[in-house]
Design a protein around this ligand. Structure first.
Ligand SMILES: CC(C)(COP(=O)(O)OP(=O)(O)OC[C@H]1O[C@@H](n2cnc3c(N)ncnc32)[C@H](O)[C@@H]1OP(=O)(O)O)[C@@H](O)C(=O)NCCC(=O)NCCS
Length: 188
């Protein structure tokens, strides 16, 4: 793996995130301009921008960004919210959810990591992992949950190495691909 370039990791409140909305969408545009996402309406830039705009106002919303220290270029970010206990994808897992994860969600103690992305030309240098660890480290929720497209290698394979447990498969919408749902237990 090439060395981690010097990056500045920054946490953003919802208000600050709104101020860099355009930059966030630009990174998405570049990351998802590839097969099998290109041309799929579920992954269109407009759909993503709508999802992001709606996420800003959800409880617990936060973005953590990575900017190159030398040029200031935004090269990746992660964002998420407090998992709403009644979220349809979460409920669709039924009793595949471990009882302690279910109880944590009911108590607003699960962070839903919604998106993690790094520009392809800066990939495989540790930025994705650094963003992941940075956001988890300061969240108040002890649990994390995420969904990852089953066919999405290498992300799908990396999460279990980072401690995640696959608990089932979901779809976010009838037209979405199949995702593996995963939880990360409280870090001791
Ligand atoms: C997934 C993603 C965020 C990872 O970002 P990254 O900066 O490349 O991540 P890292 O360099 O920290 O690597 C993370 C792990 O993936 C592995 N990895 C990264 N790129 C890889 C590649 N091309 N082939 C194989 N493994 C790879 C690394 O070895 C590392 O494994 P480890 O942590 O067990 O050592 C990035 O590839 C991306 O933006 N993908 C498109 C969007 C996406 O799929 N997001 C995840 C949605 S669930």
């Amino acid at each position: 793996m090439p060395h981690l370039p010097e990056v500045t990791i920054t946490r953003h409140t919802p208000a600050a995130a709104k101020g860099i909305m355009e930059d966030l969408v630009t990174v998405y545009t570049e990351v998802y301009d590839t097969e099998p996402y290109r041309g799929d309406p579920f992954f269109s830039v407009e759909t993503y921008a709508d999802r992001l705009r709606a996420a800003f106002d959800m409880p617990g919303f936060e973005v953590v960004t990575a900017h190159l220290a030398d040029t200031g270029r935004l090269v990746g970010y992660v964002h998420g919210v407090t998992l709403p206990a009644d979220k349809p994808w979460w409920n669709s897992l039924g009793d595949q959810r471990p009882a302690d994860a279910l109880a944590a969600a009911a108590a607003d103690e699960v962070f839903w990591l919604r998106e993690l992305m790094v520009l392809p030309m800066y990939g495989n240098r540790g930025i994705g992992r650094a963003l992941h660890d940075a956001v988890i480290a300061d969240r108040t929720e002890p649990w994390t949950a995420l969904t990852c497209i089953t066919d999405n290698q290498p992300a799908r394979n990396a999460y279990p190495r980072w401690g995640y447990q696959v608990i089932g498969q979901i779809k976010h919408a009838p037209e979405s691909p199949v995702y593996d749902a995963m939880v990360l237990r409280p870090q001791l």
